[in-house]
Each structure stands twice: as structure tokens, then as C-alpha cells.
Design a protein around this ligand. Structure first.
Ligand code: ZN
Length: 484
């Protein structure tokens, strides 16, 4: 097992990764809040942690990867007000909260499969861990770091600062925070502006309510992650990850809750994935560059002139380091498409290369560079550059400019496919299967169309159901029938 260096947001430095238990890794990543369809920016965060998870597995670690599903709880909105986003969506659609959660969870799971993400080891939900959340809040109160007001419980930041440092992760100082936060008014239950809710007394419009020692209510935003991460990974574990936007207040408050309850920071390494831009700007409905992850694949967004496959999108995302912003544009996607097809061509070519009794370049060094890239804070763009270098060598061997032994060729092939499939998560055969299947599907869809014209619904349904059983879904639209 070679040394992995990670950038720890907690210290602001790159550090040697040393898990608490040799050969084992406990990793917690903040999952989606299911009140709307996950957008491309969310997907980038999850794809980046999928890369990290995959590389830890590839390096031989036994990884327990916990990623929660937020299906309850009040989230602080941009005005600093507490808001029940799931309840709000449920009221808007006139359904129950869990219908909203279930609907968007189905979509989220579909997207995970579409973008070839490995499922986490456990995907716990907040609503199934209310008791655990209550127990931690009780602990924090007992330790003197929280107070109860009128059926709600707040974390006491001033008391906490007597022993711990609030702002340790985000670097935000209490004095600076005071300047950017509105002052407390007479109705506020909080004793200090930086205090945050652990438990909120039920409002009349709340759709989900639980019993607690402080009366009926629901948990604050941050406590669920403390409850679920420590329940499954222990009071202290190795990696805590999430999007950069969660650093403050969410992760800062998670640290405060863990210190307040268990006396320690929950994670030794805090990893944060950067945001996604589209055409040079933050993705937003008001900038007109907003689209859903599915729309870019089925070509229904007008932002791009043509659809791109999930493999190409994923490959494009991997060409930016997880801590850098990524700009998704027609240009970057087309370049990724070309690059990926060149890699695939090289892989195909490598099956029929002539071997000789000596190699004209150091294959081991080339393979070493794949590991070096990923060992340096999961640097996928450097890995991809080295994979392109390997492809260049394969084309040169084919031209007769370079030579390779059969042993070296075998090693190189195993390394390329391992890094591409298992680490970057780009399946080698998916693209070509799609291409091979296309003429067959044209024929099948033609037959179905004929059956429909003849009003032979039994046959047309049989074709549709048979395809569905084979994992192929078809969709009828204005432009004809599409499949995938
Ligand atoms: Zn979280």
C-alpha cells in the first residue's frame, strides 16, 4: 500500500494519510437533501467522492463509506433563517413530506447508476435516526454546551469557546461573523448570534414532527450528520467530506457538536470538493445556464448543441482536480469526448500490438506515474495526462517507432484498464456496446413502430417490456423513440 497524501481542510496542508486502523478507512460524506432533483453541481461533489472512494479501494483499503440522505430537518437559508425545505416542497406539490423524499430519492439513485457511481456501504436517513440525534443533544446539554428555550434547544457557542475553538475548520472568527450577521432581536430565543438550533419546537405548519424530552419538534440541520457518522463509524473516524459550500456553517457545527458531546473532532481529515461552473459562470436559473444531469445526456437542454454520454461527462469532470472549480462547456465536453475516444482506440489497438524482446521505454515508470498522480491528493487530471501519454506510446509502438515486450505490454494494459475503469469509473465497454447495439435497436424500434401502426398493442407492449427486462428503456417523443 503506497502512501497517499491528502489536502486536509482542517489544517490547510497536504498531509500523509494515516488511517486510525491500519488498512481500514471510515469515510462519511454529506449526502443529498431530497426536496428537488439533484443538480449537476451536487452530482460533481458525489462523483468526486466516488473517485476518492474508488482509489482507496483500488489501493487495497477496506473502506466503510457512509453517505446520508437528508429526509428531514430544518436548513438555514441564505437569510440565516431556519427553513423546512422538504415540507415547503411537499406543501407546494400537495403531497406528504416522505412522498417528496421518495420521489427525488428514486431520481437520485437513477443518476448514481447513470454516472457509474459505486453505492456507498450504508446510506442512512435522518428520519430513521431521530432517537440517536436526541441522545446526542441530551449529551451536549449534560456537558453544558446547549440550553433549552421554549421547547427548542440551542448550541451555546460562547460556552463552547471557553474550552474549544469555534471556527477551527472554516477559519471564521466570531468577531468577523458578528459583523456579517444581523443582530438578535427581542423575539429571538438564541442567547448569542452564533448559537445554532439542535432541536426546533414544532411549528403549526410542520409536516414531520417527532416527540422529544423538550416537546414535539424536529431536529436542527447539523445534528443528523453527527448522529449518523458517529453511529456507523465511531466517535472519531478518518475522512469527512462534502461540497465546499458545506464547510460553514454545516461542518463547523458538526465539529462543535462532536466536541460538545464526545470531546473530540469527529474526523481527522476534512476533504472539500469544489463547485461547478457552466460556461464560465456559477450554474443558476437566473444565468440561463441551469440544466438537470439527465438533460445533458438526452440532449433536451438548449445549453449544449448535442447530447453527451455520462462517460464523457464523467471523464470531463475528472479533468479538473476535485479542489478546483470545473467549467462545463461545449468546448470542454467536446475535448473530453475526443480524448476519451482516443484512449479507447489505444486500448483496442493494444490487443493487437506486435511485441519484441526489449521495451524502448520504461513501462514501470509510466505505470508508477499513474499511482503518483492519484497518491498526490487524488490528482485525476495528472493521471489522465499520463494515460494520454500511455496512449501515445501505444500508437508509436503500432507505428514501429517504439517497442515493447509482451510482459510489459500485459502490465501496461492491466494498469490502463484498472485506472480507467476502477479508479476513474469509466467502463471500457459501455460506449462500444452502445455503438454495436444501435443498428439492432433501430430494427427493433422499427418493428415496434410497425406494430403500433397496425394497432397491434400486444406486440408493441411485448417489445417494450422485453427491452425493459433487458435493462433498456425506451421513450416516445416528438422526434421519435429514443432508448438508453
Ligand atoms: Zn452533513
Amino acid at each position: 500500500m503506497s502512501d497517499i497524501i491528502v489536502y486536509n481542510s482542517l489544517t490547510g496542508h497536504k498531509e500523509k494519510f494515516e488511517p486510525l486502523y491500519e488498512g481500514k478507512v471510515g469515510m462519511y460524506v454529506c449526502g443529498p437533501t431530497l426536496y428537488s432533483e439533484p443538480h449537476m453541481g451536487n452530482m460533481r461533489t458525489f462523483i468526486n467522492f466516488d473517485l476518492i472512494y474508488r482509489y482507496l479501494l483500488f489501493s487495497g483499503y477496506q473502506v466503510k463509506y457512509v453517505r446520508n440522505i437528508t429526509d428531514a430537518g430544518h436548513i438555514t437559508n441564505s437569510l440565516g433563517e431556519s427553513e423546512d425545505s422538504i415540507g415547503k416542497a411537499a406543501r407546494l406539490e400537495q403531497v406528504q413530506s416522505l412522498e417528496i423524499v421518495y420521489k427525488y430519492n428514486v431520481k437520485f439513485q437513477e443518476l448514481q447508476r447513470m454516472y457509474n457511481m459505486l453505492p456507498p456501504s450504508i446510506e442512512p436517513t435522518a428520519t430513521a435516526h431521530i432517537q440517536e440525534q436526541i441522545e446526542i443533544i441530551e449529551n451536549i446539554i449534560e456537558n453544558g454546551y446547549a440550553y433549552v428555550v421554549n421547547g427548542s434547544v440551542y448550541f451555546d457557542v460562547r460556552k463552547y469557546c471557553e474550552k474549544f475553538e469555534y471556527g477551527i475548520l472554516s477559519g471564521r472568527k466570531i468577531d468577523e461573523l458578528a459583523e456579517e450577521t444581523r443582530t438578535l432581536n427581542a423575539q429571538d430565543e438564541k442567547q448569542f448570534f452564533a448559537d445554532f438550533a439542535l432541536w426546533k419546537k414544532a411549528n403549526p405548519e410542520d409536516m414531520q414532527i417527532w416527540r422529544s424530552p423538550w416537546g414535539d419538534g424536529n431536529p436542527g440541520w447539523h445534528i443528523e450528520c453527527t448522529a449518523m457518522s458517529t453511529k456507523y463509524l465511531g466517535n472519531q473516524f478518518d475522512i469527512h467530506g462534502g461540497g465546499m459550500d458545506l464547510k460553514f456553517p454545516h461542518h463547523e457545527d458538526e465539529i462543535a457538536q462532536s466536541c460538545g458531546s464526545f470531546g473530540c473532532n469527529p474526523a481527522r481529515y476534512w476533504l472539500h470538493a469544489n463547485m461547478l461552473n457552466v460556461n464560465g459562470q456559477k450554474m443558476s436559473k437566473s444565468f440561463g445556464n441551469y440544466f438537470l444531469p439527465k438533460e445533458i445526456v438526452d440532449g433536451t437542454t438548449e445549453i449544449f448543441s448535442k447530447p453527451f454520454t455520462p462517460n464523457v461527462i464523467r471523464f470531463c469532470m475528472m479533468q479538473a482536480h476535485y479542489r478546483s472549480t470545473l467549467d462545463l462547456s461545449e468546448e470542454s465536453l467536446s475535448a473530453a469526448e475526443k480524448g476519451l475516444s482516443r484512449l479507447m482506440d489505444a486500448i483496442k489497438l493494444s490487443d493487437n500490438l506486435k511485441t519484441t524482446n526489449s521495451s524502448s521505454f520504461d513501462v514501470n515508470e509510466l505505470i508508477r506515474s499513474f499511482y503518483d498522480a492519484m497518491n498526490d491528493d487524488f490528482n485525476a487530471p495528472i493521471l489522465i495526462a499520463q494515460l494520454f501519454e500511455a496512449a501515445r506510446k501505444i500508437f508509436l509502438i503500432n507505428d514501429g517507432t517504439e517497442t515493447i515486450t509482451s510482459t510489459d505490454l500485459e502490465k501496461l494494459k492491466v494498469a490502463i484498464s484498472g485506472f480507467l475503469q476502477d479508479v476513474l469509473g469509466i467502463p471500457l465497454h459501455m460506449e462500444s456496446d452502445h455503438v454495436k447495439l444501435a443498428p439492432v435497436m433501430d430494427l427493433v424500434l422499427d418493428l415496434r413502430q410497425q406494430a403500433r401502426l397496425n394497432k397491434d398493442w400486444t406486440t408493441s407492449d411485448r417489445i417494450r417490456d422485453g427491452l425493459a427486462a433487458a435493462g433498456i428503456t425506451i421513450k416516445d417523443g416528438k422526434e421519435g423513440t429514443t432508448w438508453g
